[in-house]
Structure formats: C-alpha cells, structure tokens
Design a binder for this molecule. Sequence first.
Ligand code: 5GP
Length: 242
Amino acid sequence: MTPDHGSLLYEGKAKRVFSADQPDRVLVEFKNDATAFNALKRAELEGKGRLNCQISARLFEMLEREGVPTHYLGLAAETWMLVQHVDVIPLEVVIRNVATGSLCQQTPIAAGTELSPALLDLYYKDDNLGDPLLSESRLQLLGLISSQQRLEIEQLARRVNQLLLSFFESLDLLLVDFKLELGLNRAGTLLVADEISPDTCRLWDHRNSDPQARILDKDRFRQDLGGVIEAYGEILKRVQGV
Ligand code: 5GP
C-alpha cells in the first residue's frame, strides 16, 4: 500500500523522502536497495524495506517512551513512516560498545575489546568524501554546530546508546555499535532522525556463539554471509516481542 504523498524531495541509498500534508512533516519510504562500501556493493533485497521500517518504528517508539526526542510520528504503511521535517545535521554519530569494523582497520585496538565508556566519534556525512572521521579541530573548522550543540549531541547519543543497549540486551542481542543521524526541527529541537535498524547497527545474537552465525545485521551483506533477510526478520521478531 502506498499512502497519499506529495512530491519526491530527496532520494537516498535506502530511502525516499516525500512531502506530506503539512509542511513540517514528511513521508519516508524504506527501499529494498542494499548498499555497502560507499555504494560500491549493491543489491536488491526483497523485504528489507519493510523490515527496516518496522524495526525502526519499534525502536523510535521505545526511545520516545523513554523521553528521547525523535523525528518519528507514526507508521503510514508497511514500508512508510511519517516523520517530522528536520534539517539534518551532516554528521554521522557512531557509538561503539565493542571494537570491530573500521575501528580495528584504522587502529591497533583488538577486535572484540569492550569499550567502556562507549567510544563516540563524529564523521562528516558526505558520500563523495567517503564520510571521513572528524577530529575536534576539523569539526570546529567546519563550523557545522556550536560547542553547546556538540555537547548536546554527545549527551543525546550516549543516552540513546544506554537505552538501546539495555533494550537489545533484554532481547538477547548485543549492540556492538551503531550510527545515528540527528536533525533540528522547526522549533530548533535536536531530534534523532534517519533510521535505527540492522542497516545502521551491529547486533550480535547472544543465543549463538558462532562468530559468523551470531551476526544479525548489515555485516551479513558486507561480508557475503547470506541470510540477510532472515537475520533482519529475527531482529523484528524480537523487537516486536514475538
Ligand atoms: P564502521 O565505522 O565500523 O564501518 O561502522 C560503525 C557502525 O556505524 C556500524 O554499526 C555501521 O553499520 C554504522 N555506520 C557507519 N557509517 C554508516 C553509513 O554510512 N551507513 C550505514 N547504514 N551505517 C553506517
């Protein structure tokens, strides 16, 4: 089912954004397209859009219940979400609870090292530049956010990490790391935007000790492990509590 929507405002790798009935709201359609390594690797995965939309909705609802402001307003269809219009801050906030991925490619930190407190890094969101990691001085040089906003972003992201970490833990899932995108609504409030899904989080299954079988996130696609949709389906089942 496709909900009534206005014109296409923006098309990204995994989602399309359309205008809605009010200027401060937009409709987001989750696509089946999967990309990795800055879109060098691509595939169409039947059902991925629905799974990410539904998983994201449940996670945004949980965060809202806990008092975290997000752009989420409600589901509009199986693959569609109604959200507040925000000016997205072109930063990717990455929080890591366990070392893996690019951290281990770029530093001598051993894979699997527990990171406590969680490591928080900001990346500049720009595909053409390959989303580079920002130092504090480069962040200041870019002037994208004030130092007050920098603090607010870190506090919000750490709170989201605590909430997601315990929520997933209760579902026998380890939140290894994840990426958040944040935006400012019309009132200037900082909101969690974009999506929170196995495309943007690394999630390992506590019910499985096999280092490959326990992966229930986009690494299955990145590493050609197969079973991507089955893994995302398992995450949806657990977040829905069924
Ligand atoms: P890494 O820096 O190790 O590649 O990624 C760290 C975490 O952030 C992973 O959970 C990964 O899925 C997420 N992440 C980082 N950059 C992106 C991105 O551009 N797109 C998506 N979907 N996730 C990202």
